[in-house]
Write a new protein. Structure first.
Length: 75
């Protein structure tokens, strides 16, 4: 999955994850993001790839998503 996320580079990408997610485990998610972040670093835009971890389970976390979106809108 990290390679697939890396295909989005150099455009901004943020994975939004729930700390208590029992569908997608954190270890696999973090490994995938590490792969994507390496690709983004090679593309010269390491800050364009991030992982937001929310406090609950598998759901949408607007705070993490919108913070990322707004931080990249004026770049």
């Amino acid at each position: 999955m990290g390679e697939i996320a890396g295909l989005i580079a150099p455009r901004p990408f943020c994975a939004v994850y729930g700390k208590k997610d029992d569908i997608f485990l954190i270890d696999g998610t973090q490994k995938a993001i590490e792969v994507a972040q390496k690709i983004y670093a090679k593309a010269g835009v390491p800050d364009n790839c991030s992982l937001y971890i929310g406090p609950e389970g598998h759901r949408y976390y607007k705070a993490g998503a919108w913070e990322f979106i707004l931080s990249h809108m004026n770049k």
